[in-house]
Design a protein around this ligand. Structure first.
Ligand code: HEM
Length: 543
């Protein structure tokens, strides 16, 4: 998606990954050729083609071509203009890859190329590929000039540093590269992802574009949405998703000593933290958890025993924000990796780059000073971040749906079936309509809620927005799943193929159900929204 920069096993693309090669390619003398001249080179050992006014010599490459030799020797391809056929079968990034760029020997005299991938930081011109506030000619009451500058900088950062690593790690399943995490720390992205607040004080945000006291939820929305564009769901979580949910309890409920010891290192990505609540026996039912914390006789330590499952970033975490059953009920305790703590990778439908873990605690000794909030008051610690956490998920869901819309619009325009572009088929247009409506409605609702968050106190948010956010989360992820299903229909077999044209659709379709589970399943959240509404029913209301 341009938004989703591409990469396959043999091919990890990002606009910047090309930069070291550009001088070589540009200095190569490209011949000015006529179409008649190209047409003479139509034999297996002397094979030229034209794609987008550029001439490629495929004589030696043909036997390495992943699509086989026959396709290249077709009468309408060999020596001919194969632009349309090419874009029906390959993503534009194929031609950007240095090893394929070298096949270009010339250009067609007097003609210019039409197609190009976006450069780092650029906005897409494809309709609905960007939210309206970033689209030409539209207005928005929500975003200031500062938000716009901030968005530009975050997108450029994302395209330059994060996207290339995202695609490579999604492939090899390793943790995000430390150099990327360090680069993010330099501009304080890890801190900003925690939202507005005191933790931003004294920090230079994104090179000083936004002052800590001016950073609001729209800035945070921008970060989450720009990250979601990379189309690498597992990597997105690997990029310290565990910190986004695991650190707030420390920041909001930890002792000053604990915060001073833990928070700076986590925000600098020197240490990693995760939220460890769910267990094999209990997920959403936090009161049913079985991991126990029992105090030592001198009352100075907890002894923790039990296990946790599906813990994002757990594999590489140094700290674990753990929900435990204690004498007084449910208590949240910060556990540090050490004797008795073991983590094992769980293979889920998304990549292992997220570091999803099964964790066991075997007589783990933790100082009582690591208790987060009141003993027995763990439910408040966990609930306190639920709205924010779910809202973050809505930001990501809205943006990744939009990226799929862009993929589908491009594909349906460039792909021909029955001699016509897919867009000429009413059924395809109808699917596109549904996807666009969902992406736009989700974003619009999200922006309204974000505006409320910017203007409400924490307490007001808790009472007025819990239902709204629960509904939005449930709505976004059900829209997302329908969009994924429709996108596969539009892409056909490519929508279930891990490489090539439909690779982002396959990835999305495979990973999107996850979004409908975390932070509460769709049904649970929709029901929560209704229950919130019922609680607010006025006593004097009658038909
Ligand atoms: C500069 C010229 C070309 C290069 C560098 C090239 C490269 C590639 C690459 C890397 C793939 C693997 C799939 C992917 O990563 O997208 C591929 C697949 C393929 N190519 Fe080409 N190709 C070229 C021209 C053509 C032309 C002109 C045709 C004929 C219309 C063609 C037909 C195919 C087919 C049928 C596939 C398999 C597609 C699929 O599995 O969906 N290629 N090509």
């Amino acid at each position: 998606m341009h938004s989703l920069t591409a990469g396959t096993k043999d091919f990890a693309y990002s606009p910047q990954s090309l930069s070291p090669f550009l001088p070589t390619i540009m200095s190569k003398q490209l011949k000015q050729l006529t179409r008649e001249e190209v047409a003479k080179h139509n034999k297996p050992d002397d094979l030229w083609i034209i794609v987008d006014a550029k001439v490629y010599d495929l004589s030696r490459f043909k036997s390495l071509h992943p699509g086989g030799i026959a396709a290249l020797l077709d009468d309408e391809v060999a020596g001919q203009d194969a632009t349309e056929a090419f874009f029906g079968l390959h993503r534009i990034e194929v031609l950007e890859k240095p090893q394929y760029q070298r096949l270009q020997i010339g250009v067609i005299e007097g003609e210019t190329s039409t197609y190009r991938p976006l450069v780092a930081g650029e906005l897409s011109k494809v309709p609905h590929a960007e939210p309206t506030w970033l689209s030409d000619g539209y207005f928005s009451p929500y975003y200031s000039e500062n938000h716009r500058q901030f968005q530009k900088a975050v997108r450029k950062f994302m395209d330059e540093y994060i996207s290339p690593d995202a695609q490579a790690r999604e492939e090899d399943g390793k943790k995000p590269d430390q150099s990327v995490l360090d680069k993010m720390a330099e501009v304080n992205l890890h801190a900003m992802r925690m939202g507005p607040g005191k933790h931003l004080q004294g920090r230079t945000l994104m090179g000083g574009i936004v002052k800590p006291e001016e950073f609001d939820y729209f800035h945070e929305l921008i970060i989450t949405q720009e990250f979601a564009r990379c189309g690498a769901r597992g990597y997105g979580d690997g990029l310290l998703g565990g910190k986004v949910i695991g650190l707030p309890p420390v920041i909001n409920f930890g002792s000053e000593e604990l915060k001073a010891r833990v928070v700076p290192d986590v925000l600098a990505a020197k240490k990693f933290i995760c939220l460890a609540i769910s267990e094999a026996q209990a997920g959403s039912d936090v009161m049913g958890l079985q991991t126990t914390a029992v105090k030592t006789e001198d009352g100075k330590h907890w002894i923790i025993n039990g296990s946790k499952k599906w813990i994002t970033n757990g594999v590489f975490a140094d700290y674990f924000t753990v929900g435990c059953k204690t004498e007084d009920g449910f208590t949240v305790i910060l556990v540090e990796r050490g004797p008795g703590v073991e983590t094992r990778q769980i293979k889920t439908s998304y990549s292992t780059t997220a570091g999803t873990a099964f964790i066991t605690f075997d007589n783990v000794r933790v100082p009582v000073g690591n208790t987060l909030g009141e003993e027995g008051g763990g439910i408040f610690v966990i609930l306190s971040n639920f709205n924010h956490e779910r809202w973050v998920m809505c930001c990501a869901s809205a943006r990744s749906q939009r990226a799929i819309v862009e993929e589908c619009l491009k594909w349906a325009t460039q792909r021909k079936a029955f001699g016509k572009p897919l867009t000429s088929l009413a059924v395809v247009r109808s699917k596109l309509a549904g996807m666009i409506e969902k992406a736009e409605s989700t974003q619009n609702w999200l922006e309204n809620i974000t505006y409320q968050m910017c203007n409400m106190t924490y307490k007001q948010q808790a009472s007025k927005l819990a239902g709204q956010i629960a509904f939005l989360k449930s709505y976004s992820t059900s829209c997302a799943q329908e969009t994924a299903r429709d996108a596969v229909q539009v892409f056909g077999g490519r929508g279930v193929t891990k490489t090539g044209m439909g690779r982002f659709i396959e990835h999305y379709h495979r990973t999107v159900p996850f979004d409908s589970l975390l932070g509460g399943t769709e049904d649970v959240l929709a029901d929560l929204g209704v229950r919130q509404a019922l609680r607010a029913m006025p006593a004097d209301a009658r038909l």
